[in-house]
Design a protein around this ligand. Structure first.
Ligand SMILES: [Zn+2]
Ligand SMILES: [Zn+2]
Length: 211
């Protein structure tokens, strides 16, 4: 996984990097920070805090990240993912849904995140502003007690009826570098190699809705 800043640089999306988009020199400063740390994946909370300190005092919207699976293998898990998704839709917030069945990198990301907190791997998992909220039971409980609303306060809004034109809501599109075949021809070396742009399924995150 790339961090938010390099995504902004390569994807050209604005706003996902803490309001630094209009001031190019902020990029340089942020990149120095990330490279200096030498981490491939920064915990979102740390990233956010660092941005706040480095860039500007104004708070940016809280990221709402939901790890899910679209595989129906375990019915309970699938149902739990659906119910948490439905609860979040009710709050009309923008959710960065990370389907681990679409990309092994999401699975690794979630596993290390849960390992670090001494938790067993389970789906779904909700993070708000970099803080682990928990799975379906925790989310339902917080929803019923009214605390979820407060937690989501400050999150970016999104019309729940919105469907991305680019991916139809799948959040992934076939890789354009290899056409989804996962192999590219390297002319200088006269050989075929694994495409470096896409994941194990020949997919990249939709540049339209996930930049
Ligand atoms: Zn590719
Ligand atoms: Zn999309």
């Amino acid at each position: 996984m790339e961090d938010g800043c390099s995504k902004v640089l390569s994807g050209g999306g604005s706003g996902s990097c803490g309001g630094g988009a209009k001031k190019p020199f902020h990029f340089a400063r942020s990149l120095t920070y990330h490279h200096h740390q030498g981490h491939r994946v920064l915990p979102p909370a740390a990233k956010w805090r660092r941005h706040q300190l480095a860039d500007e005092p104004r708070a940016r919207p809280k990221d709402v990240v939901l790890y899910t699976t679209s595989l129906r293998g375990v019915r309970r898990t699938f149902a739990d993912c659906s119910s948490v998704r439905a609860i979040l839709r009710g709050f009309r917030v923008a959710v960065d849904e990370r389907d681990v069945s679409m990309d092994a990198a999401f699975r690794r990301e979630l596993r290390s995140l849960l390992d670090a907190r001494g938790r067993a791997f389970s789906l779904p998992q909700l993070l708000v502003g970099g803080r682990l909220v928990g799975g379906a039971d925790e989310v339902k409980q917080l929803h019923e007690s009214g605390q979820l609303r407060r937690l989501l306060d400050g999150a970016a809004g999104q019309d729940p009826a919105y469907v991305c034109d680019g991916c139809g809501g799948v959040r992934f599109v076939p890789c354009t570098a290899c056409g989804g075949g996962r192999k590219v021809f390297v002319e200088e070396e006269d050989r075929v190699q694994r495409c470096g742009d896409c994941n194990e399924n020949g997919l990249v995150r939709c540049p339209n809705c996930c930049s």
